[in-house]
Design a protein around this ligand. Structure first.
Ligand code: NAP
Length: 455
């Protein structure tokens, strides 16, 4: 027994990082603990619901495992609760022995080049939010009838998701959970050519082999790898020797490079050694992208050649990485976009640990790594928290319902796990009853979601 009282822990963020942390906590030997998971979304599962692309049902299968965790009576869910406005850190400290932040990263990392604010220049995270039907995303996407040539900056898996969704037809996506407004929006997408730009070489791409191979599974898409910049330096050879998955990625890229296009109506082009330096505009709208041609410097990094190239594109999607939101009342490491922490224990600006406050997932280590990686991360954070418990003061209001009463007294319209099950069943029935029957159709407006969940 680490402490001889019933322990209460709040986890802020119901994505995989938060759910894994709750799971590990409740499975800790000799610890009598209950966990409440809070989220500003009315629904659980964070980026699995609002980050994974709709045509990736295999990744969404992870939800099944997370549901099994949430079935544990020692774990509760409070959705539609916004940390910072509905509830603050001081409030949570009154109800819980410890607080774990698992708030992830949802914004686009800033790209500071001229033209980035032109109409037609979009952050990938905003686009993902829209096609995944997030309640806070605008209902319509600004597809322009003349935007046939489109650039995607960045060669991570988000860049590939965006490129694939732009290159697929709306009909191809009608088998997925996309809501009606997204289907109607996608019908207006006129893109024929998506140009994906890597600022380094093929051995430095961040996307993964399966996701790259999948691009060619759509009959409406040809993948065209361009030979310019398709080069390997000493650093590249070392990277390929060190990581099997990187070698596999390069093999798939090589296969695309060698393949003749089939004549499909849409193309995804992949360009290497092109660093974006300016988004070109006319009358306030994107009309092109200027890149500087780069060359590998021997280490796997690149240097500019001083030669520039203009690409006629009518829209630019910036997929250069996510960035976390600053959490009110907590310090923030703006460089890394994380809560400053020492292996999961959140640190104050003077570097001293903040008592009873922890972090896990992307808010702890930055927006890198696949969903599975958050498990080991959560284990590290929970171990630290459990070791600290004997030193932590018991909360003032330790009974389990005190927090519910607090939210009620503040008029917070929170959703619960049972509420999510109702919404889940509703979305499933919408999908089944659709003119194009599918596993689910998402509800988008927040008040509608909350209304269904709260019965
Ligand atoms: P990411 O993997 O970090 O990729 C970001 C890309 O942006 C890199 O190619 C990076 O190039 C490039 N970049 C950064 N700054 C740039 C700049 N100023 N100019 C041009 N390019 C720039 O990030 P992500 O794609 O957002 O993915 C985040 C995480 O989620 C990853 O772990 C990813 O695997 C995961 N994810 C997985 C899936 C899936 O289907 N499995 C789907 C979505 C996301 P450099 O390498 O040169 O910096």
């Amino acid at each position: 027994m680490t402490v001889d009282r019933k322990v209460r822990v709040a986890v802020v963020g119901a994505g995989p990082a938060g759910v894994y942390a709750a799971d590990i906590l409740t499975k800790t030997e000799d610890l009598d603990v209950t966990v409440d998971i809070l989220d500003r979304d009315p629904t659980p599962f964070g980026l699995i619901r609002y980050g994974v692309a709709p045509d990736h049902p295999r990744i969404k299968e992870i939800i099944k495992a997370l549901k099994r965790v949430m079935a544990n009576e020692d774990i509760r869910f409070f959705g539609n609760v916004n940390f910072g406005t509905d509830i603050k850190l001081e409030d949570l400290k009154g109800f819980y022995d410890a607080v774990v932040f698992a708030t992830g990263a949802r914004r686009d990392r800033e790209l500071t080049i001229p033209g980035v604010d032109l109409d037609g220049s979009y952050g990938a995270a905003d686009f993902v939010y829209w096609y995944d039907g997030h309640p806070d995303a605008p209902r319509e996407w600004d597809f322009q009838p003349h935007a046939k040539q489109v650039a995607v900056l960045g060669v991570g898996n988000v860049g590939l998701d965006v490129a694939r969704i732009l290159a697929k037809t709306a009909e191809e996506l009608l088998v997925t959970e996309i809501p009606d407004n997204v289907y109607e929006g996608l019908k207006k997408n006129a893109t024929t050519d998506v140009h994906v730009f890597a600022r380094r070489g093929p051995a430095q791409v961040k996307f993964t082999p399966m996701e790259l191979r999948e691009l060619s599974h759509s009959p409406t898409i040809d993948v065209v790898v361009h030979p310019e910049g398709y080069e390997f330096d000493h650093g590249s050879m070392e990277a390929l020797a060190a990581a099997k998955s990187q070698k596999l990625v390069v093999k798939v890229l090589g296969d695309y490079l060698a393949k003749e296009p089939s004549g499909a109506p849409h193309r995804i082009h992949i360009h290497f050694c092109q660093s974006p330096v300016e988004i070109l505009g006319e009358d306030g709208r994107v009309v092109g992208l200027r890149t500087e041609i780069t060359e590998l410097d021997g280490t796997g990094n690149v240097r500019g050649t001083g030669e520039f190239k203009d690409w006629p594109v009518q829209a630019v999607y910036r997929a250069i990485g996510y960035y976390s939101d600053n959490l009110p009342g907590l310090p923030f490491d703006a460089n890394g976009g994380v809560l400053p922490n020492d292996g999961g224990h959140v640190l104050d600006i003077d570097g001293s640990p903040i008592e009873g406050v922890y972090a896990t997932g992307w808010i702890k280590r930055g927006p890198v790594g696949l969903i599975g990686h958050t498990k080991s991360d959560a284990a590290q954070t929970v171990k630290m928290l459990v070791e600290d418990l004997p030193k932590l003061p018991a909360p003032e209001f330790a009974d389990r319902e005190a927090f519910d009463r607090h939210l009620d007294s503040r008029g917070v319209e929170y959703t619960t796990w049972e509420g999510w099950e109702k919404l889940d069943a509703h979305e499933t029935s919408l999908g089944e009853g659709d003119t194009h029957p599918r596993e689910r159709k998402k509800v988008v407006p927040r008040d509608e979601m909350v209304g269904i969940a709260r019965g």
